[in-house]
Design a protein around this ligand. Structure first.
Ligand SMILES: [Zn+2]
Length: 278
């Protein structure tokens, strides 16, 4: 049983402010350490539950926040960008279960540091008419590769909005939101203990149910219609340089993709393009 852990930073216990998520300051150095330790809790739980391999994917910003020397040495770590599968890189080598640790609510909701991929560029993202955040987007990609999203952690708004999408999954709520940059957090130690025991139980449960030891990419990737509300009409002008993009109105765009993977890759291309207008 192989587990792929995707670790973001905004949903980690103790993280409330953008400064804590950006390199170049002391608050960030503390937050990335908490992120690394929450990833370790998930790794520890996965191995204790019977996983034979655990990969951990750094899924925040430049994808190089996790501190390799602090990470559990049994795990393989995926670092750096660009990479084709973004927050799910590693999935191309196979995984049965996916854990999303330190995730956050979608853009324009009341979650702590809520955004979708790139807060400068994207206001709303819908797949086939259903609004999604990063968990919904990358969860669709995981499922396309035959992996099951089994454990997620983040704030209460994230858990509430995401639970209907993954009805069989476990959630660990690390903090509750009172605003975009405020709320009430569990202690990092308590959050880690909760993640570790949930990870252990989730892996034990899946082994008991006799899931295939390693999934391969699902045969049928289905076409997806993606509608995108962007933050400014200038961004829409820029994104419409892409030949297959359709402009719906000043800030709404639409494109068709062959699969969830292609949606993710397209959004990551647009996100990279948006740096031209920053
Ligand atoms: Zn992030």
């Amino acid at each position: 049983m192989k587990v792929l852990i995707s670790a973001d930073i905004e949903g980690i216990a103790g993280v409330f402010h953008p400064e804590q998520t950006r390199a170049g300051n002391g608050e960030y150095e503390a937050a990335r350490r908490w992120m690394t330790l929450e990833a370790n809790a998930a790794i520890e739980g996965a191995f204790a539950g019977g996983a034979t391999q655990v990969w951990v994917n750094d899924s925040h910003g430049g994808f190089r926040n996790l501190l390799p020397d602090l990470l559990d040495a049994r795990a393989q770590v995926v670092l750096g960008k660009p990479r084709t599968l973004g927050m799910m890189a590693g999935l191309e080598y196979g995984a049965s279960l996916v854990f999303m640790i330190g995730y956050h609510a979608m853009s324009q909701t009341r979650g702590i540091l809520a955004h979708t991929i790139n807060s400068f560029a994207f206001a709303r993202v819908s797949l086939n008419g259903v609004e999604v955040g990063e968990a919904g987007l990358y969860g669709a990609l995981a499922e396309e590769y035959g992996a099951q999203v089994a454990l997620l952690s983040g704030d209460d708004v994230f858990a509430e909005e995401t639970a209907p999408r993954f009805p069989g999954a476990r959630f660990v709520v690390t903090k509750s939101a009172t605003g975009h940059a405020s709320g009430v957090t569990q202690s990092p130690a308590n959050a880690r203990a909760a993640i570790e025991s949930a990870a252990r139980e989730v892996v034990q449960q899946h082994l008991a149910e006799g899931r295939a030891p390693q999934a391969t990419r699902a045969a049928a990737a289905k076409p997806v219609e993606c509608e995108l509300r962007v933050q400014t009409s200038a961004l829409a002008d820029l994104f419409c340089q892409w030949p297959t993009m359709t402009r719906v109105d000043a800030v709404t765009l639409r494109f068709s993709a062959a699969s969830a993977e292609h949606v993710v890759r397209m959004l990551n291309c647009l996100s990279a393009m948006s740096f031209m207008l920053r």
